[in-house]
Design a protein around this ligand. Sequence first.
Ligand SMILES: CC(C)(COP(=O)(O)OP(=O)(O)OC[C@H]1O[C@@H](n2cnc3c(N)ncnc32)[C@H](O)[C@@H]1OP(=O)(O)O)[C@@H](O)C(=O)NCCC(=O)NCCS
Length: 164
Amino acid sequence: MPPSPPGRIVIRAAHLGDAGALVALIEGFWKRRLMMRRTLDEVSAAIATFVVADEGGEIAGCSSLFIYNPDLAELRSLGVRESSQGKGLGKALVDATLAEAEKLQVRRVFALTLETAFFERCGFQRIEKNLLPEKIWRDCIGCESFPSCNETAYIKTTGRTPSA
Ligand SMILES: CC(C)(COP(=O)(O)OP(=O)(O)OC[C@H]1O[C@@H](n2cnc3c(N)ncnc32)[C@H](O)[C@@H]1OP(=O)(O)O)[C@@H](O)C(=O)NCCC(=O)NCCS
């Protein structure tokens, strides 16, 4: 897939050529305790779940959709590099991830975040974390911040009914 021309920003599906840049971007957020760390193998294995903001051929942001079951998926690894924030890229990445969830007929998408105002701006509703046992038992239970994590859970319904 060709990179976007200089100066142009394109939201597109990620490919394996993006994996190194994605790991580096995520690593920067992980160091600031804003995101879970991902290895090159993890990102490569999950590359089909990522969308990226391609700014003139550079990866300016990313988001990924992790499916738990036909009813529930998580929007995760959402981040926009600092120099590209405030231009609508975060919202565009969320919208692209929600569109993918809708296409796949996942009914609800949640996120755990410190960016409460941003997710409210994107139309998500606050939800108690204990209503997301799938997340708690998969990731939170092994996290050093459990059970006193300061992230808030947000959820959005895509409008699709789960597939049979
Ligand atoms: C959160 C993040 C993805 C937002 O990306 P962004 O590209 O700067 O956001 P956008 O420009 O698309 O903003 C969309 C809307 O949200 C608002 N918004 C964004 N960040 C906000 C904040 N921290 N507080 C309040 N409003 C915010 C914007 O003003 C904008 O509102 P508008 O539609 O009225 O203009 C980005 O700040 C980021 O990468 N943060 C670090 C990593 C992180 O915390 N990720 C979240 C993990 S779940």
